[in-house]
Design a protein around this ligand. Structure first.
Ligand SMILES: [Zn+2]
Length: 394
């Protein structure tokens, strides 16, 4: 069946209201929000219900005359959504329902962390998931990766912390190899989106998430909107210059946040504080050991974490002055540290000025955060992914 752009826009907008923009809305709430007639919204909702995307819920008394409205939500039992993220040296896959509830997971190891091997393993992993979940999987995959992402093309422009110094055409590769539409985003940005969408229990609309691992990045929400910037790169705080006389950064500047607050910097602080070297192994594992020891009260580990906390306090003050944010969440895995968060809160509460600094807290999603955030990008585009099949039925 042919359908007009306007018709598609209306269905897409109504579904987005139910998925994301409004909280369990009635048909009247949606009509008012979109400026559509209630009968138009009712028709659209009926078809979305028939197609298994939406559920009719409880009756809500509006206080006005007429029949009470019913609250609408996504249907969690019909459609599944796939997300993937690079975690350590593996692809972590999650299969969720439309509300972001985890239904299944799968891990596919990446034997060699080169772009070619990572892409081949991602494609194999997707094929495995498609084989085990053949029914009702939306034909899109959210992919959370390190580095700077070109949102329009789905390319990784560069991922310095993985040593990927050339463009990796991951979106294009996956679309050709699997037939799934690819939604590529930075892994920390994805974690921030997951925290905002699925763990933001107080509904705070102005929030900054900062993910710290081998890299560092912020995800910024202001008045309920994800701040993307003109190239989709807003939140790339790694090259905020904290110390003009500091270490040389990969970008050519000195003393960038990236050189002062990541897993490598934490290991360096520990070595200086303890006057010794840490046990050999991957930097990420060594840093995780320092975080754990600091939270358990080891002195040198705590001092190392506090030095990282001093740097992060400066970064949060800068962000907070620019954005007037009310909530800062740290994750990452380096950011998910009680010693770090409490030191930063001590620092922030001791500063008295005209600016009101937010308190910092640890992330709530401890596992699968990046893949879950990637899933939400697919969910947001759910109607576009099914439109041809949908309009062929109605
Ligand atoms: Zn830099």
């Amino acid at each position: 069946m042919r359908y007009s752009d306007m018709e598609f826009e209306n269905y897409d907008s109504v579904l987005r209201c139910i998925i994301r923009d409004l909280d369990n809305p009635t048909r009247s709430d949606i009509a008012k929000h979109l400026g559509l007639s209630k009968s138009a919204v009712s028709n659209i909702v009926s078809r979305l219900i028939d197609y298994g995307l939406v559920l009719d819920g409880e009756s809500i008394q509006s206080g006005q005359k007429g029949r009470p409205g019913t609250s609408l939500s996504v249907n969690p039992s019909e459609w599944l959504v796939l997300g993937a993220a690079i975690v350590s040296s593996a692809w972590q896959f999650v299969i969720c329902d439309l509300s972001g509830t985890l239904k299944d997971t799968y891990v596919h190891e990446i034997p060699e962390l080169s772009p070619g091997c990572a892409l081949a393993c991602l494609s194999e992993g997707i094929a495995h998931v498609l084989g085990s979940h053949p029914d009702h999987l939306l034909p899109g995959v959210g992919i959370a990766v390190p580095g700077i992402i070109d949102i329009a093309s789905g390319d990784i422009v560069v991922a310095y912390d993985f040593g990927w110094n050339e463009r990796v055409r991951i979106g294009d590769y996956i679309e050709k190899a699997t037939g799934m539409k690819a939604y590529v985003c930075n892994r920390h940005a994805a974690e921030g989106i997951a925290e905002y969408r699925y763990a933001n229990e107080d509904g705070e609309q102005s929030m900054v998430y900062i993910g710290i691992s081998s890299g560092i990045r912020a995800t910024i929400f202001s008045s309920g909107l994800l701040v993307s910037g003109s190239h989709g790169r807003a939140g790339r705080i790694s090259h905020l210059q904290i110390d003009p006389n500091g270490r040389l950064c990969t970008c050519g500047q000195r003393g960038c946040l990236y050189t002062l607050a990541n897993d490598e910097a934490l290991v360096r602080y520990y070595q200086e504080e303890a006057g010794s070297t840490v046990s050999p192994g991957m930097i990420s594992e060594r840093a995780a050991g320092i975080i754990k020891a600091a939270d358990e009260g080891d002195d040198a580990s705590r001092r190392a974490v506090e030095r990282l906390g001093d740097v992060m306090t400066t970064a949060v003050r800068m962000l907070s002055v620019m954005l007037d944010t009310r909530k800062v969440i740290l994750g990452g895995p380096i950011g998910d540290s009680e010693a770090l968060v409490s030191h930063m809160n001590d620092n922030l509460s001791s500063i008295h000025g005209v600016d009101i600094f937010p308190s910092v807290s640890r992330c709530r999603i401890k596992q699968h955060g990046s893949a879950l955030g990637a899933v939400s990008l697919v969910v947001d585009d759910a109607f576009a992914l099914v439109r041809d099949d949908f309009f062929s039925r109605f």
